[in-house]
Design a protein around this ligand. Structure first.
Ligand SMILES: [Cu+2]
Length: 492
């Protein structure tokens, strides 16, 4: 066992001690992806015989690709297989007012506007996504990337075909073996033109997500993530997205865990709220961060993994990834249209938050129905929330709801979580989340709390909304308010 001083702690001289060969053996896989098969004889690599995709085999998709398939996309058997492509580049339209604001900002901060940069970037937002090959749908690439939905206890095989650069797929919260968890520094990255079959079994029903873990700050921000829903092992699961279905959890907030009690909830509707934010300079600026997948990373040279001077981060011609100032906001691919004039068009330096109602300017967006709540009397409405932004997001509902799960863990509904309980979130109370956190909320139309629903938008008092308030990741509250995104809640 190596002494910790020997490997990686002493930064005074060379970063690592030992001979060059010792360093290579201990460190190369943290930096350089393996190739197909088992090239080094060390058990690292893809399964032999799996198809080797052509790099760059896909062309860029330039379309309104923001929808989820509405049909079930799973196999009901004990083993389910998925095929995902890392990555695909797509260019999607965003509201004209947002483009106008982006143009102003690029002119002021970068000295170039969208017209100077030419091509598709003049009117469409560049995203990097995890593409999907889905029977009945074919090759598709969407933002957010296509969700994966499985049943608790199923054996999952997910093939990741890599067409460009090196990437991984990390199954956030699933906790499979290191080789299947897609965290490059603990295993490997998938090389360009290579593929790997991740294999795991979801042991807990809940809301998870998956994302690329190569140069995560950039790749995750650019869109390489998707929701991962694990339905409980009950008849009918996995369920079609949108509901109805059954979720692990309880609503009897006053009682502790009861192994013989009801630890599942039947819901009528399922809403997906994936909160995201983007810094337009990362997506539009040719001379900014968006110069390549390895921006701010070390060169990959297996022959000299410890060579100094190979980090990009201090190149003055590139934008550093620590300067994240979002000006584009979306909920599950529905972009906030904050308008052309007035204070609601926002200020990246916190003078005024960007704000608006996502139903405005998005009438044709196919995801709007998956986000906006149209409740009927007597229903139970499940909201799966993921903070896929780099902001701190405060979520508020205009009616009481119940927090039934956090981070993929149903509160008080399994023996493992018997010391926690679901709880009532009174209307107007903030449920706060940092990046990657997930909550499952249940609106019970038979228990909305006392008094009338709250009205969050004084300029439009006939409309009831939920709000997502975004705060800067460093500055936080109260001074770092970036955006207020309103989601319509239509009550009967
Ligand atoms: Cu990636």
């Amino acid at each position: 066992m190596a002494d910790y001083q020997e490997f990686g702690v002493d930064r005074q001289g060379s970063f690592m001690h030992g001979t060059e060969e010792e360093q290579r053996v201990h460190n190369y896989k943290h930096i350089c992806p393996p190739t197909n098969g088992d090239p080094n004889g060390d058990g690292i690599g893809s399964e032999p015989g799996t198809p080797n995709p052509d790099p760059e085999a896909f062309t860029i998709i330039d379309d309104m690709q923001v929808r989820f398939p509405t049909s079930p996309i799973f196999s009901p058997g004990n083993t389910v297989t998925f095929i995902r492509d890392v990555y695909r580049e797509i260019h999607i339209p965003i509201p004209a007012s947002v483009l106008e604001r982006v143009n102003e900002r690029l002119t002021a901060e970068v000295g170039k506007n969208l017209e100077d940069q030419g091509g598709d970037k003049t009117n469409r937002l560049e995203m990097w996504v995890i593409g999907a090959n889905i029977p009945g749908f074919g090759d598709i690439a969407t933002y957010p990337s296509q969700l994966i939905r499985v049943r608790q206890g199923q054996y999952v095989r997910a093939t990741a075909n890599n067409h460009h650069g090196s990437h991984t797929i990390h199954w956030h919260g699933i906790e499979p073996t290191s080789m299947n968890d897609g965290v490059g520094k603990h295993s490997f990255e998938i090389a360009q033109g290579d593929d790997f079959i991740y294999q795991w079994v979801p042991h807990q029903a809940g809301t998870f997500f998956f994302h690329c873990h190569k140069n995560t700050v950039l790749h995750f921000e650019m869109g390489m993530f998707a929701l991962l829903i694990v339905d409980p092992d009950v008849p009918g699961a996995p369920f079609a997205t949108g509901g109805p279905g059954v979720v692990a959890g309880r609503l009897d907030v006053d009682n502790g865990f009861d192994p013989n009690g009801v630890n599942f909830i039947n819901y009528h509707q399922e809403k997906i709220w994936v909160a995201d934010d983007m810094d337009s300079r990362w997506h539009f600026n040719e001379n900014g961060a968006n110069e390549g997948h390895d921006h701010n990373m070390q060169d990959c040279d297996k022959a000299a993994p410890m060579a100094a001077g190979t980090f990009y981060q201090f190149n003055p011609n590139r934008m550093n990834l620590n300067l994240f100032k979002p000006d584009i906001f979306a909920v599950t691919g529905v972009f906030l249209d904050y308008g052309n004039t007035g204070p609601q068009r926002g200020d990246v330096e916190f003078g005024n938050p960007f704000q608006g109602n996502i139903a405005i300017g998005n009438a044709g967006n196919p995801n709007l129905g998956l986000v906006q709540v149209n409740a009927l009397a007597g229903q139970k409405i499940l909201i799966r929330f993921l903070n896929a932004s780099y902001s701190i997001v405060d979520l508020r509902l205009p009616v009481d709801c119940f927090v039934i799960a956090m981070g993929g863990i149903p509160l008080g509904a399994t023996d493992k979580t018997k010391y926690s309980r679901p709880y009532r979130l009174p209307k107007g109370s903030a449920l706060s989340s940092i990046s990657a956190r997930r909550f499952e909320l249940m609106i019970d139309m038979d228990d909305l709390g006392t008094g009338a629903p709250l009205v969050f938008d004084p300029s439009n008092p006939t409309f009831i909304h939920a709000t997502l308030t975004y705060y800067d990741w460093i500055k936080g509250r109260p001074g770092g308010k970036r955006a207020i995104v309103r989601i319509p809640i239509n009550l009967p």
